[in-house]
Design a protein around this ligand. Structure first.
Ligand SMILES: Nc1nc2c(c(=O)[nH]1)N[C@@H](CN(C=O)c1ccc(C(=O)N[C@@H](CCC(=O)O)C(=O)O)cc1)CN2
Length: 294
């Protein structure tokens, strides 16, 4: 009896993120000689969500690697909206700080959207301010949301054709799904957004040349839902505990079965997660170069 094995090629986000970080480090070394200081990124975290704390130390390590000064600001869970707004107002004025991000999710009593509105659009390292989202809608230059920008950059690196292709995005969050759909439109894909209320998801995903799963549901997409030869991108990052009691990361795509039908697939971990961090560093460096260009 022969065992069926993976046939899809891997879209290696970890390797591409390392390459981008190397390029950014070179840019920073060169620019710093003229500018006299490094780029700065402020990361605001509220509360003690262990996953958020891990993602932040990941971002801080990446900053240190490329030469970005990171200013971590950790606040207790009960911090008020006004206190955070005041901190953001100070950071907006601080010349050492070129990028500001608020780690999500926030504790329930805080209004994340209105905090994001307070970040100066040109320091919006996560690309989630309405001005930057508006620029994306209009196809203008601006800071792009990190995860979807990472998806596009990875597809471009592997020269995956997007023009005229049927792209399906499963998920409609402001962090990923909606900006992802707009970025796919920017490169002339034909885009469908599916979500939790979509009827007959399988019929829609089976039509996708490019399938982006960003629903936050472990294993939502199985091989039966994927067209033969499709390009499958997994944005989900879900920590699950398996039957042996071990905790591990899985995506929204059932990797082992889907890899038998797809042409390309992203792994979790090692796919879009590292690309998100690389795009955050890239946004911070572009804000720095823009702010110091006069
Ligand atoms: N303000 C933001 N909050 C959140 C974002 C975001 O982009 N901006 N995205 C996620 C979390 N996130 C970044 O903040 C993030 C998650 C995971 C990774 C990553 O590199 N994951 C690795 C695996 C790491 C592990 O072993 O745990 C991988 O996929 O290879 C990067 C960024 C929610 N909040």
């Amino acid at each position: 009896m022969t065992m069926e094995t993976q046939t899809a090629k891997i879209l290696d986000g970890k390797a591409l993120a390392a390459k981008i970080q190397k390029e950014l480090a070179a840019t920073i070394t060169e620019s710093q000689l003229k500018i006299g200081r490094p780029p700065g990124l402020a990361v605001l975290m509220v509360g003690d969500n262990p996953a958020s704390a891990a993602y932040i130390s990941n971002k801080e390590r990446a900053c240190a690697k490329v030469g970005i000064a990171s200013f971590g600001k950790h606040f207790p869970t009960q911090t008020s909206q006004t206190e955070l707004e005041d901190v953001i107002a100070e950071l907006n004025q601080d010349e050492q700080v070129n990028g500001i991000l608020v780690q999500l999710p926030l504790p329930k009593h805080l209004d994340a959207i209105s905090l994001l509105h307070r970040i100066a659009p040109d320091k919006d390292a996560d690309g989630l301010h309405p001005v930057n989202l508006g620029r994306l809608v209009r196809g203008e230059a601006g800071l792009r949301s990190c995860t979807p920008a990472g998806v596009i950059r990875l597809l471009e690196e592997y020269k995956i054709p997007l023009l005229g292709k049927q792209a399906v995005v499963v998920g409609r969050s402001i962090l990923v799904g909606k900006p992802m759909a707009l970025m796919l439109l920017e490169v002339d894909a034909t885009v469908t957004i599916a979500h939790s209320r979509t009827q007959d998801l399988k019929t829609i995903t089976q039509n996708a040349d490019i399938l982006i799963a960003a629903a936050g549901i472990p294993g939502l997409i199985t091989a039966q839902m994927v067209k033969l030869g499709a390009v499958v991108v997994d944005v989900g990052i879900n920590r699950i505990t398996d039957s042996s009691g071990k905790s591990r990361l899985v995506g929204d795509i059932d990797f082992s079965t889907t890899a038998m039908v797809a042409e390309y697939i992203t792994p979790v971990p090692g796919g879009i997660g590292p690309m998100t961090v690389a795009m955050l560093l890239q946004n911070t460096v572009s804000s720095y170069l823009q702010a110091t260009s006069n």
